[in-house]
Design a protein around this ligand. Structure first.
Ligand SMILES: Nc1nc2c(c(=O)[nH]1)N[C@H]1C(S)=C(S)[C@@H](COP(=O)(O)OP(=O)(O)OC[C@H]3O[C@@H](n4cnc5c(=O)[nH]c(N)nc54)[C@H](O)[C@@H]3O)O[C@H]1N2
Ligand SMILES: Nc1nc2c(c(=O)[nH]1)N[C@H]1C(S)=C(S)[C@@H](COP(=O)(O)OP(=O)(O)OC[C@H]3O[C@@H](n4cnc5c(=O)[nH]c(N)nc54)[C@H](O)[C@@H]3O)O[C@H]1N2
Ligand code: SF4
Ligand SMILES: [Mo]
Length: 680
């Protein structure tokens, strides 16, 4: 392959590496060996040349003064950010000699890798690192911080992460954006909906916040947090009651619809209104629109599933398209996540066979607890592709754990993140434009290989390269550690359980900017549920002790404090990424706490006041945004602000480290707080 690196100037196709469903095609403009501009690739069939503001300003992040250039070792106290330059040899030697002595004295389970999708490249996230830690016999991480609860819930109904092809949704006549702030988090779904709108489509947003997406809608339905399953059940009640269901579809493609018909009788509009805060006439109107307009498409977001009851809620919403037979309409149905369609050969990528004996699994949502309370203890933490000191729930507990003097921490990142400030050794990472990887979207059906566009910045190394060095220094010389990047990509694509991906070759991805997997439509067909049908009644759930029919379950009683605190994503950052980049911080202005005017006036809080939200887990200072953007009893913030930008705005200091009803998922949005004015 002729490397684009060798060409000093030109325009090169690329792909966005961030954890975002759109996975945009990019064009990288290069002059004299440096990136000068990043824009959307107009040839990409889904993203069509449009990209978000975040990535349009990505160049500044790549060449940011603050970017890590070489390995560092800590010379001050943990958290104090005092480091000294060391060589790669010293870094690798220090890490592996620590690991060897930990393994000799306490066993490899005392080592915990912690990572997520700061870069979505599959070999950098799921490849060499998993191989190394499997071979070592380290503790294994449960990757549950994002969509685990909803994925399990959706899976009971639909048999896996399979939904509508987003390109088809241009034909929809009704869009329900359900707990997704798509204008900020899935912008091309919005672009497609806009096209459909020109053909008469209506857009409904169901959310707890009158945000950018709500303001874009034809109809915004505010709902109380954590009550969405009740609303969906109320819609089902009306659909059955008014004969708006597709009996033929129910009979042919679902299990348990007669039981469901009886079951939803209890969810009358009056009952549902008292749970959700949605007026009876709006529940009726919503159900009738959904029953009468076709094709109808539901885009299910992270909002409803980052709650204690998130799994059951998503399982319940996922039943709706079956009632009206929407899965047979082009563009109808739902998307929660489409990752199943592009699933890769996980075994080949991660090589679980290298693990000799089964090792303990540690839920990433309980990192603080794991570092402070686990017995036998964790002695070494290796973090990459993630910033848990900011993004993980109960962040103060996480930081207390990282503060432990006897914990040896390594952080591999592009920046000296809040997490890195607790590290003993910091390793500099390449950006996605500096190394090769395979990208597959969890929304559309395209795969793409990122060929390196520029040379690695200073002494930066990719995840895969660092893991290779570590494996070598550990004395692991098996083939999996010798595979090249291209070998690994080939192995990942070769998935016998997923023919549409298996037929895509490395060569095809090298030759074309992107390739669409030839995904078969879900219907007519057999799902991957036990019955092969949409399971309105699920025996699998029953066996696990869940109600077998979709059900409203309430949030767990948190501390008895007056407000439910919903700390969501914001427009100009991506999780904590960009929270340390000046341009993005400036665009986002200041971290706010949205509250209802009725609550604010009772507490003597005016718009623009400095306020403190607190509970027994921590405290967080924000600027009050008073109005009617949230219902009374709810306070909401946007963005995972970095310490550097606003010292006290660590929203995750308040979030619970309880796990959700399914998937051991996160419950970021189910914590309660008190709020008070900060007197300056
Ligand atoms: N700009 C930007 N884009 C991103 C990200 C980012 O941080 N910034 N993050 C990326 C990642 S990793 C992910 S997982 C996705 C997440 O993207 P989204 O799915 O949009 O997730 P959130 O923004 O967490 O929450 C979605 C919406 O749910 C609402 N909400 C909260 N609780 C409830 C509830 O109980 N019911 C209802 N109906 N709504 C509720 C919130 O107000 C919010 O508008 O976005 C990705 N894209
Ligand atoms: N309160 C609250 N908390 C949340 C959420 C929320 O909505 N509210 N959302 C949750 C969700 S959905 C998610 S997915 C998580 C996301 O949490 P994380 O996965 O931790 O996401 P980021 O904060 O973007 O951190 C990614 C880090 O990876 C680094 N990185 C990027 N590329 C590379 C690379 O190639 N190699 C290495 N070694 N590092 C790299 C980046 O510089 C960045 O510091 O946060 C969760 N936390
Ligand atoms: S963050 Fe999302 S919208 Fe922005 S360029 Fe990347 S994939 Fe596209
Ligand atoms: Mo996420």
């Amino acid at each position: 392959m002729k490397s684009t690196i060798d060409q000093q100037s030109g325009v090169f196709p690329s792909v966005c590496s961030l954890d975002c469903p759109d996975q945009c095609g990019l064009l990288i403009h290069k002059e004299s060996g440096k990136i000068v501009k990043i824009e959307g690739d107009p040839n990409h069939p889904v993203t069509q040349g449009a990209i978000c503001n975040k990535v349009r300003h990505m160049t500044e992040r790549i060449y940011d003064e603050k970017r890590l250039r070489y390995p560092l070792k800590r010379v001050g106290k943990k958290g104090d950010n005092q480091f000294e330059r060391i060589t790669w040899e010293e870094a690798i030697q220090t890490i592996t000699s620590n690991w060897k002595s930990v393994i000799a004295s306490e066993g490899a389970e005392a080592i915990l890798p912690y990572s997520f999708y700061g870069n979505m490249g599959r070999i950098g996230t799921e490849g060499m690192g998993r191989r190394l830690f499997n071979r070592m016999g380290a503790s294994r991480l449960i990757y549950s911080i994002c969509e685990a609860a909803g994925t399990e819930g959706y899976g009971y109904t639909m048999g896996g992460s399979y939904g509508t092809d987003p390109e088809d949704t241009v034909h929809a006549k009704l869009f329900i954006m359900w707990g997704i702030n798509a204008v900020s988090t899935n912008m091309h779904q919005v672009t497609i909906a806009e096209k459909a709108r020109k053909n008469g489509a209506k857009i409904i947003v169901i959310d707890v916040h009158n945000n950018r997406t709500a303001r874009w809608a034809d109809w915004f339905i505010p709902i109380l947090p954590g009550t969405d399953s009740a609303l969906a059940l109320g819609m089902m009640h009306i659909l059955f009651d008014e004969g708006l269901v597709d009996e033929a579809f129910l009979q042919q493609y679902t299990t348990g619809y007669e039981k469901l018909r009886e079951h939803v009788k209890q969810y009358s509009p009056e009952v549902v209104s008292s749970i959700t805060g949605v007026p009876v006439e709006d529940i009726l109107k919503l159900a009738r629109m959904y029953g009468e307009i076709t094709p109808a498409f539901i885009r299910i977001g992270n909002g409803p599933q980052h709650h204690d009851n998130g799994g059951m809620t998503i399982r319940t919403i996922a039943c709706l398209p079956a009632l009206t037979g929407q899965w047979l309409q082009q563009g109808g149905g739902a998307i929660k996540g489409n990752g199943g369609y592009l699933s890769l050969n996980k075994r080949a990528l991660e090589r679980p066979d290298l693990l000799k004996t089964s090792t303990r699994k540690i839920n990433m949502n309980l990192l603080g607890q794991a570092l402070l309370e686990l017995d036998p203890p964790i002695r070494s933490l290796y973090v990459y592709n993630s910033n848990p000191a900011v993004v993980a729930p109960h962040a103060n507990k996480v930081r207390d754990g990282m503060q432990r003097e006897d914990l040896f921490t390594v952080v591999h990142d592009l920046f000296l993140t809040e997490t890195a400030s607790y590290a003993d050794i910091v390793l500099p990472a390449t950006s996605s434009f500096e190394n090769m990887d395979l990208y597959s979207s969890y929304w559309h059906h395209y795969l793409q290989i990122q060929k390196p566009v520029i040379e690695p910045y200073e002494e930066c190394k990719s995840n895969v390269d660092v893991f290779r060095l570590l494996a070598q220094a550990m004395g692991f010389d098996e083939q999996p550690f010798l595979d090249t990047d291209e070998d690994m990509i080939g192995q990942a694509l070769d998935n016998p359980n997923n023919p549409p991906v298996q037929e895509i070759t490395v060569q095809a991805l090298m030759d074309h900017e992107f390739v669409k997997a030839k995904v078969k439509p879900l219907f007519p067909g057999k799902l991957r549920t036990p019955s092969g049908k949409i399971e309105l009644y699920s025996e699998a759930m029953e066996r696990k002790g869940y109600p077998p029919l979709p059900t409203y379950t309430s949030l767990v009683e948190d501390e008895s404090l007056p407000f439910l605190f919903v700390p969501t994503a914001n427009h100009n950052f991506l999780n904590s990424t960009f929270g340390n980049n000046e341009k993005h911080v400036k665009l986002e202005k200041t971290p706010k706490l949205h509250m209802n005017i009725a609550d604010a006036s009772r507490l003597g809080i005016d718009n623009g006041d400095a306020v403190r939200a607190f509970n027994e887990r921590g405290s967080c200072e924000l600027t009050a945004a008073v109005g009617e953007d949230v219902l009374p009893g709810v306070v909401l913030s946007q963005g995972l602000w970095s310490d550097a930008a606003k010292g006290k705005a660590l929203v995750n200091s308040l979030t619970p480290d309880r796990v959700a009803d399914m998937g051991e998922g996160a419950t970021f949005f189910s914590g309660r707080v008190q709020v008070e004015k900060v007197n300056s």
